[in-house]
Design a protein around this ligand. Structure first.
Ligand code: PBG
Length: 352
């Protein structure tokens, strides 16, 4: 019987990539990309005045936390070995300039203080605690729901005022640092936001507080469920400050600018529909690259799984693994806690 040959002239038997896929233990050995709980960041919402956690209908399993349950969630993240938490605050009072965003006792600052205290306690007792990060953006705090303050443009229309917003971000970042944030995360896509925040932090004595820049942030339909998560009042869209979906080169430029302004980490967001941009940023970036698997990406998999259309655990794992494979060092995902548990099982228990 003659063995068929490949175009290389070698018989097929010399080239059998399937050998490395033949058993579970072999596949495990040769895996190129591995997830680790420390790669993951859990986004958390804390809402002022809540007495019970409130479920977010479009994000099954995710809630708006009370201050008390926020602390519990941070404790659980610490126990699971999750690398970080990203806090979002939802205030009772909103106004045109988002005055609660930098108020000493604003809900986000209160949440940060709690998270930091829990993290510090975990650090002393177990030696393992998440980095405390905070969203540095005005949209949760303004009554109009935009990420910046508004002004009248040259044509008489309403515009989001870039430079007036920068002053608000600088003040917000300092308030977050004072409350105990390890990292502030400007997500508003205002030009110059990283530089202004870096200067303000340094001037206030917080040179050790880092900046995670949402560098390539696209105007995305996949933020839909997040609007419910933060009780957003936004009318219209954010297309004058967030990027158009088709633009990859522009994403690299945004990352370049943020690096020049002193970003400690850069981010691509959303993750799933922008893996090419993520890979390109990972290729050029001298600093760690984060990717945000956003609310809509979460909701889609949850909805399909709830219908029995996909295997939930396999789909979740694959979606996050794909983001890591594309080049993300840090992944923000609403599954961070659950996924950390699965990873622990796979390493030490082995259910699959
Ligand atoms: C802005 C912000 C948004 C998200 C994170 N930060 C909303 C937006 O830009 O419209 C979206 C996150 C998600 O959809 O999971 N503060």
């Amino acid at each position: 019987m003659s063995v068929p040959s490949l175009p290389t002239g070698l018989p097929v038997g010399h080239h059998r990539p399937r050998r490395l896929r033949s058993t579970r233990r072999m596949r495990r050995l040769v895996g190129e990309t591995r997830l680790h709980p420390a790669d993951l960041v859990l986004p958390l919402f804390v809402k002022e005045g809540l007495t019970e956690p409130r479920p977010i209908a479009s994000m099954p399993g995710v809630v708006q936390h009370t201050e008390e349950t926020l602390a519990d969630a941070v404790r659980a993240a610490a126990e699971a070995g999750v690398g970080g938490v990203m806090l979002f605050g939802i205030p009772e009072h909103r106004d045109a300039t988002g005055s609660q965003a930098d108020a000493e006792d604003g809900i986000l600052q209160r949440g940060i203080r709690l998270a930091r205290a829990v993290a510090q306690e975990a650090e002393t007792t177990t030696g393992r605690a998440p980095v405390v990060m905070a969203d540095t953006c005005l949209d949760e705090f303004t009554d109009h729901g935009h990420c910046g303050v508004l002004a009248t443009g040259h044509d008489g229309g309403v515009v989001v005022d870039n430079d007036a917003t920068l002053e608000r971000y600088a003040s917000m970042a300092v308030a977050q640092a004072r409350a105990g944030a390890d990292v502030v995360a400007p997500s508003g896509m205002m030009d110059g936001q990283v530089g202004v925040i870096r200067e303000a932090l340094d001037a206030a004595g917080y040179s050790d507080v880092g900046v995670l820049a949402y560098s390539a942030k696209y105007a995305s339909a996949f933020y839909g469920p997040f609007r419910e998560a933060v009780d957003s009042t936004l009318q219209g869209d954010r297309r004058t400050y967030q990027m158009d979906a088709g633009n990859a080169r522009e994403g690299l430029r945004e990352a370049d600018l943020d690096l020049a302004e002193g970003a400690d980490m850069v981010m691509v967001k959303p993750a799933g529909s922008y893996l090419d941009v993520l890979a390109a940023v990972a290729e050029m970036s001298p600093v760690p690259v984060a990717a945000y698997q956003v609310s809509g990406e979460y909701a889609m998999i949850e909805a399909a799984a709830a219908n029995g259309w996909i295997d939930r655990r396999a789909a979740v794992t694959e979606s996050v693994l794909g983001i890591k494979r594309a080049g993300a060092d840090v992944i923000l995902t609403y599954w961070a806690l659950e996924l950390a548990g699965w990873l622990h099982d796979e390493t030490f228990g082995g259910t699959r």
